[in-house]
Design a protein around this ligand. Structure first.
Ligand code: ZN
Length: 384
């Protein structure tokens, strides 16, 4: 596949919603040192920090973030600090460098726990942070997402060059496989062929349901949830709901079940709250717009892929083929993936026969569509 440029999802900075949610989750305290400081005019010092950096494809979501004071943010981005998979603080052991004494005091502490358990930092993000910060080795065969390239190169924080072989392009975000590593450079080949995802301008911040980020009541939230149920349908309804549920849960420190029990809107069950929040996470850019893929198909993808990024990648494969699978075809495809049997014309045919009701769409047409999506998927993405 070399020679094909690969541009992956790149969301850039955290949205204003995610930043506010992180302030709420950590009550304005630095997750490392616990300090909380404000300006005389009431502006919070602590800021939202990416764990898996945005320029390396880290998603815009709370579980990929921390709230950190300026000093600890610098420490976290510069190689002094990282996190274990269970969110304990690890500190670089370079005791000759100034700063070691200060950061060493936090070694092995747990970070401040966020007020909502299911939004604490996830291991798949801390693992990337440790590799990029020099705490864990980068090995041949690792998959990295690299952005901010200049003439095909970018520098790691330890000074090593990441060289994407054969590329001269600038500022692309590419999915790479590491081919060799030495003290000077990490060499990669790009390994996927996903077309550039069109960045939509609609953005998650652009919701008509604006809540004052600090000062709003639960009643107001409930009223909006009702209004969305009345005026929206399909994926757009789930997205708007997901955004409000996520904001409400971080503000009030509620689990999915607790907000579902508290809110008095028909249909807002624990399962629906979870699904809606995952739709919101899958499409920070509202990337469902313009695709005719129904929510029930997305629900199938959510069922098989526990990671939101994986569900989104599979969704993009369906969208990229330009022959959108129907919900039932999506089901036939994901059932095959779940069963871990090889996807061939034969197995795809069996799965369609089992899961798709007979209609006037030909069996071989359905099978061809599923195989096209699966080929795209194989070329783009290997699940964790
Ligand atoms: Zn701090």
């Amino acid at each position: 596949m070399s020679g094909n440029w690969t541009v992956s999802h790149y969301t850039g900075e955290f949205s204003s919603d995610t930043r506010q949610n992180l302030r709420n989750l950590y009550s304005g305290h630095c997750a490392v040192c616990g300090q909380r400081r404000e300006s005389p005019f009431g502006h919070l010092e602590a800021e939202a920090a990416h764990i898996h950096p945005a320029q390396h494809g880290g998603p815009d979501t709370e579980a990929n973030g921390l709230l950190l004071c300026r000093q600890c943010h610098w420490g976290f981005d510069s190689g002094w600090l990282s996190l274990t998979d269970d969110a304990r603080i690890i500190v670089s052991n370079d005791d000759a460098a100034d700063g070691h004494e200060y950061f060493q005091q936090f070694s092995n502490d747990s970070i401040e726990a966020p007020s909502v358990n299911d939004l604490e930092p996830l291991p798949r993000f801390t693992q990337v942070h440790r590799k990029l910060s020099g705490f864990d080795p980068i090995n041949a065969g690792d998959r990295l997402t690299i952005g901010g390239l200049r003439s095909g190169k970018v520098q790691l924080i330890d000074g090593r060059q990441v060289i994407v072989e054969g590329s001269t392009d600038e500022a692309l975000v590419v999915n790479c496989e590491v081919t060799s590593v030495d003290s000077q450079a990490v060499r990669c080949s790009h390994h996927t062929i996903l077309e550039q995802r069109v960045k939509t301008d609609s953005g998650r911040a652009e919701s008509p349901f604006k809540l004052d980020p600090v000062d709003y009541s639960f009643d107001k939230l409930e009223e909006y949830v009702r209004e969305i149920k009345r005026d929206y349908s399909g994926v757009a309804q789930k997205w708007e709901w997901g955004r409000l549920f996520r904001n409400g849960r971080t503000k009030y420190g509620l689990s999915h079940k607790e907000i579902a029990d508290t809110i008095d809107v028909e249909g807002a069950s624990e399962l629906q709250v979870q699904r809606a929040e995952r739709v919101y996470e899958m499409f920070p850019d509202r990337g469902y717009e313009g695709n005719d893929i129904p929510f029930s198909a997305i629900a199938e993808l959510q069922r098989i892929f526990p990671n939101t990024e994986d569900a989104r990648a599979a969704y993009d494969c369906i969208a990229a083929t330009g022959t959108s699978l129907t919900t039932m075809e999506t089901r036939a495809w994901v059932e095959l993936l779940l069963s871990e049997s090889e996807v061939t014309r034969e197995t795809a045919r069996e799965s369609v026969e089992e899961h798709v009701p007979k209609s006037n769409v030909g069996l071989s047409e359905r099978v061809s569509r599923i195989l096209a999506v699966h080929d795209e998927y194989l070329s783009v993405f290997t699940p964790n």
